[in-house]
Design a protein around this ligand. Sequence first.
Ligand SMILES: Nc1ncnc2c1ncn2[C@@H]1O[C@H](COP(=O)(O)OP(=O)(O)O)[C@@H](O)[C@H]1O
Ligand SMILES: [Mg+2]
Length: 305
Amino acid sequence: MVDKVLSVTNLTKKFKDRVAVDNVSFNVYEGEIVGLLGPNGAGKSTIIKMITGLSKITSGDVIICGVSIKNHFEKAIRNVGAIIETPNMYGYMTGKQNLKYYANLYKGIPKSRIDEVAELVGLKDRIKDKVKTYSLGMKQRLGIAQAILHKPKILILDEPTNGLDPNGILEMRTFLKKIAKTEKTSILVSSHILSEMEALCNTVAIIDKGKLKQIRSVHNLSSELGIKSKIAIKVNYPNFAGKLIMNKFGYNVDVAGQNVVCEMLEKDIPAVTSYLISMKIPIFGITSVSKSLEQMFLDVVNGNE
Ligand SMILES: Nc1ncnc2c1ncn2[C@@H]1O[C@H](COP(=O)(O)OP(=O)(O)O)[C@@H](O)[C@H]1O
Ligand SMILES: [Mg+2]
């Protein structure tokens, strides 16, 4: 049996009369990476703040490793490592000094753990440099290293990729997966970007207007949702290729530089590409143009699907 690390039951938050989180329930199991996915204002941060004790629960409960945060907050929260908003760190100290400082706040963290976490988040080479010389991505990594010093059962991160460039996002994804695997740490992470959650998580909980809309394993989330993919196909004569696609498949197309950009059902992508090739149009690349969940919701609402 896989251990249940976090159990959120009927969690509700009201700000005066407004319900920001409405009866949300979900579980996180050992080593699992769970994403809270939803547009801005959906209630993701409020859920995470209630789980970590930063916001008072209106009703419902949060059980961490079998312990309710309502009854035994200290005992429950010991199993959590979290970064909410910006992590605290001292710019005039080195990364290593920061980690030592935080390690001293807990009992019984061995010295070797500091090098271990630095290695896990890929900061080994820069750990002796002052934090004020770090990029945003490196600061995020140091924050995560701090959060996992005490080997928590669950790591909780609110929109950790905000402000990172694509490379930084990719790096973070890689080491978060590594942490989940090597330390058997569960991770609860929020984002408003579907493609990001798809690439990182095992399970995604879709939150909208405070409600949990769906919870599902990530395998092929976008096609299961019946959502079209926006793709860019790089060819020599994009205008001509675009016309062919439009005539044959009835899709609307745009041309951007050398690319034909077109939103199509994923299952049609092989047919479109083989058709272009059969028409003697060589393809130099296909990229998927990611679309934020917010845009997808708008598409659903506006009937563009
Ligand atoms: N301290 C607060 N007082 C009043 N309303 C709040 C407060 N914090 C958040 N809200 C409201 O709760 C809703 C959910 O916000 P939030 O959890 O920050 O969403 P998300 O993190 O998904 O963007 C929003 O409508 C927001 O305006
Ligand atoms: Mg938020």
